[in-house]
Design a protein around this ligand. Sequence first.
Ligand code: PMP
Length: 439
Amino acid sequence: MSHVFPRHSKAPPPMVSRGDGAYLFDAAGASYLNCGDAAVSCLGHGDAHVTAAIKAQLDRVAFAHTGYFTSAPAEALADRLVAAAPEGLDRVYFVSGGSEAVEAALKLARQYSIEVGQPERSHVIARRQSYHGNTLGALATGGNAARRAPFDPLLMKVSHVSPCYAYRGQAEGETEAQYVDRLIAELEAEIEAQGPETVMAFVAEPVVGATLGAVPAVGKYFARVRALCDQYGILLIFDEVMCGMGRTGTLFASEQHGVSPDICAIAKGLGAGYQPVGAMLCSARIHDTIRDGSGFFQHGHTYLGHPVACAAALAVVERLLDDDVLGRVTPLGDALHDALTERFGQHPHVGDIRGVGLFRAIELVQDRETKAPFDPSDKVHARLKAAAFAQGLICYPMGGSMDGTRGDHVLLAPPFILDDSDVGLLVDRLDAAVRAVLP
Ligand code: PMP
């Protein structure tokens, strides 16, 4: 009998025994190609540079409370992140994971609003079908009503608008520009409905990960969002917890939209699974307003800026940028997209093949023509996850919604150290799983 809380199933999952490159091995010796640990293991398992950096930092000092000390790895990591981040993100606040990064972003936005004399700004607008984490603020911000419901009343007031999801959102005969116009009009109407002087922040993932499956925004969507936020004095918060750290081919996904947010949350790939670590980046304007006002951000966790976590993340950034592991993402991602298109392009139950870099997904439908999703009670995604696991493939499937606004999809987020034969194996194993579930 296991005393550990199980994550999903009632039975405990197999025991992991080791990891090597893109593969995990269980205690019985079975191997799994890891393309589905929520976009964490960007360098795969057993990266010598990262493990050496962790060991070296452990030998120097494992922990020193940030109430007393800063540390060399925290300073060096912040320098590297700021140097590589979109313009205007020049202060870094370290946390231990994605939810904490989003929570810190929300609280920073609130404190800033108060310090600039706008305490009435507390309302957050986010998007339906989004996931921003499990702590109360991040949960309130997420756009999955079913996930929020058990915890109502949540502590924050958040309203939700449509995501930019062309496959299902763009109407027949509508151009991309018209679709973007419609989304921006909806967002503006929501700002007006709430009262522009009460709206604190707009929160969005530049590429939607878990909930929709690697959905990039189209056209000038984010440039228009930025302009609208500026017009109404609303802070723009990007959640790059999943799509950041090179996953889309650039270190920050927002670089590809030419848009800088006021605050940005990163995690997952930052520690690459070697250490739990996340960060919130913000503009000097926000940071300095608080520093020159009340003095400091009213927030803090014991483990923030943990020296070993920062040493691991610094080594990850060095691998991505100095060894150009990041440079592998776009060509490998294109090869994966081509392989998926070749295999599933005509498949009667694959409605869409999408994504960017090594952040890819297929969406499963009953009917390609009508795009009708499967009934959520069929649990296609759960059966597919089990079938893929039995084939030795870890992928990240997610179910559709009862209202038919999204279908079951399978997110694929493999390590950047994959080779061409791994890409072939990935598609073969996924194909076998799809055949087993949807013969
Ligand atoms: N934001 C996004 C976009 C995520 O995908 C996740 C995790 N799936 C989170 C926030 C929360 O991160 P964590 O699980 O590390 O708290």
